[in-house]
Design a protein around this ligand. Sequence first.
Ligand SMILES: Cc1ncc(COP(=O)(O)O)c(C=O)c1O
Length: 349
Amino acid sequence: MSRFVQPHIQAMQGYIPGEQPRGVGFIKLNTNENPFPPSPRVFEALTASIGDRLRLYPDPVATEFRKTAAALHGVEPDMILAGNGSDDLLTIITRAFVGPGDRAAFASPSYLLYSTLVSLQNGRTAVVPYGPGWSLDAGSFLGQGFKLAFLANPDSPSGTVQPRAWIAELAGRLDCPLVVDEAYADFADPDGHAIPLIADHPNVIVTRSFSKGYSLAGLRLGYAIARTEVVAELMKIKDSYNCDALSQAAGIAALRDQEHLAQNRARILATRRRLTDALRGMGYTVDESAANFVWATGGRPARETFTWLKERLVLVRLMSYPGFPEGLRITVGTDHEIDRLLELLREIP
Ligand SMILES: Cc1ncc(COP(=O)(O)O)c(C=O)c1O
């Protein structure tokens, strides 16, 4: 039967998510989850939502959720689109703008899903490599007839950010939509957030996640912010009920508890500092990260270190990108988890 599958899908590789180990006892520093629990208000909202109403379909357009997110960001509710994680929003956006043969651009190293999404559309990918110091040449995104451009900001795996002024310049010169994937923005300096750019740059679409800052990776919720007319088009593409009742309720509660977010953020930033300095002290090259992970290259060979750690139940992410040294992307866990990681790294014979 598989021969009936469209040839471009047969020819492509599926996206491989980070390992989610079945066994217990792992210190899990490989998929950038938040080590702290979500807001207690999330649990209250979830409990309150479990009842007779589960018989009924959820609000298809997440009205209350959109109002809450809009109020937080100072935009109109019509500018918000809720999604089943930001991956769902990236899928919807790619389906909207990329058709067979169209070219879509993204920086590399970055989130590998962009390439998969473009390939699913039978589109063509154009890679813009990061330069020294994780700089990007805006000119490389221009004049090539791209239908869509992606920028993860902060980027993964580097954790680095492009300044808002640079993104504004790129958006102003691009002749296509620019997706600014802000899955990790909760850990970055708010002065760099791209949402204010939408007012002057109608081609900017920002995506946000609940998986990182809000500790809700298991729930699957995210949102996009864009001009009203863009959101209206994206609405046509999404699954009718792409966000279930529980995630909508939890998302509202999480957004309303900004204090909880700020507390967890402060703890993660303090541990990020300590982890960065300790790794540098061991000879690794670690760029200043604005996310909840760090990218370590140099030092001990990455592959052997990965295996050494995994055998001792500490899971980090080994990543290789063409033209760049193999490295380890390490999620900022609790202080205790990071202490164990550092202890093992010091013990490698
Ligand atoms: C850059 C980036 N964007 C988006 C996502 C997906 O986030 P979500 O869990 O909201 O689908 C990830 C997940 O790791 C990511 O690294």
